[in-house]
Design a protein around this ligand. Structure first.
Ligand code: SAM
Length: 269
């Protein structure tokens, strides 16, 4: 059952109807595909299977677990009942968030966690692995949820539309946003650029929200095996800058890499 999806009514346990009488099937993994053809700018938008598999393998190595723990910490004190993971990928962060919050306090017992992503393959994976969460293939630019539905949202390296965030997050609701800090993966940049420009640390303005706090999370990740670095490379747009030769060299010689995340908390006005 997918509560909170705007304009959709449940026709049967496995089918939904929208107000225009289009029907959407509940996939066997338990997600709905709400991406209309006209919102697709390619046959399979979003991250593809290879990227998803590489990201999953990398995340399972616990390399970004400190980030996941820090995100969970920023939501631990809320009594949120409805949370959204925007561009959730295969659900690593929201899966761990649900686990952490449900252990933390009985207040989170009835928590409903939703994830949306434009990538069908990512959502398929997420729905299969996190059966107690609700997932939909949908665009962050046209969220399929009723207005003021969410007590909070997380946005980890994912696109969003400010008007949609303002619409779906309740007044006083929280948005936790993660973006790269100045030195994030700097060694990768050094391998492909002559002159390396750090990521900007400017706090993004989110109209309709007040910026509450910023936390910077920095650590050095020791690379266990070349495959781990290869997986990381698959996840980042910078991978396109490598040719086969410098990729091979980078993967076989790099032993540690700088991790630098910026975690910003905003509150809906
Ligand atoms: C860099 S990945 C981050 C995934 C996840 N949040 C994580 O950190 O593991 C960005 C995600 O945004 C998704 N995405 C890209 N454009 C999107 C859009 N317009 N609406 C929803 N998701 C989108 C991609 O499919 C991908 O899963």
């Amino acid at each position: 059952m997918l509560l909170g999806l705007s304009g959709l009514s449940e026709l049967s346990g496995r089918q939904y109807h929208c107000t225009n009488k289009h029907s959407f099937d509940l996939a066997k993994e338990g997600y709905v595909n709400l991406l209309p053809v006209q919102q697709k700018n390619s046959k399979d938008p979003g991250d593809n299977k290879l990227m998803i598999q590489a990201r999953r393998a990398f995340l399972e190595s616990a390399a970004y677990q400190p980030l996941s723990d820090a995100v969970n910490g920023l939501l631990a004190d809320t009594a949120a009942k409805t949370l959204l993971d925007l561009g959730c990928g295969e659900g690593y962060y929201s899966g761990r968030l649900q686990q952490a919050l449900s252990k933390a306090a009985p207040a989170h017992k009835d928590l409903q966690l939703y994830g949306i992503d434009i990538s069908k393959i990512a959502i398929k994976y997420a729905a299969k692995h996190y059966p107690t969460m609700q997932f939909a293939v949908a665009s962050a630019y046209q969220l399929p949820f009723a207005s003021n539905y969410f007590d909070g949202a997380i946005r980890i390296y994912a696109p969003s539309d400010n008007a949609e965030l303002q619409r779906v997050i309740k007044p006083q609701g929280r948005l936790v946003s993660v973006s790269p800090g100045p030195n994030h993966l700097i060694e990768m940049k050094q391998a492909v650029y002559r002159e390396v420009k750090p990521h900007s640390a400017v706090i993004k303005d989110e109209p309709g929200f007040n910026h509450i706090t910023r936390q910077q999370l920095r650590y050095t990740l020791a690379i266990n095996e070349p495959q781990q670095l290869d997986n990381l490379l698959q996840m980042v747009p910078l991978a396109w800058k490598f040719n086969a030769e410098n990729r091979q060299h980078f993967v076989s010689t790099t032993q540690q890499i700088s991790i630098d995340f910026l975690l910003d908390v905003y509150q809906r006005q």
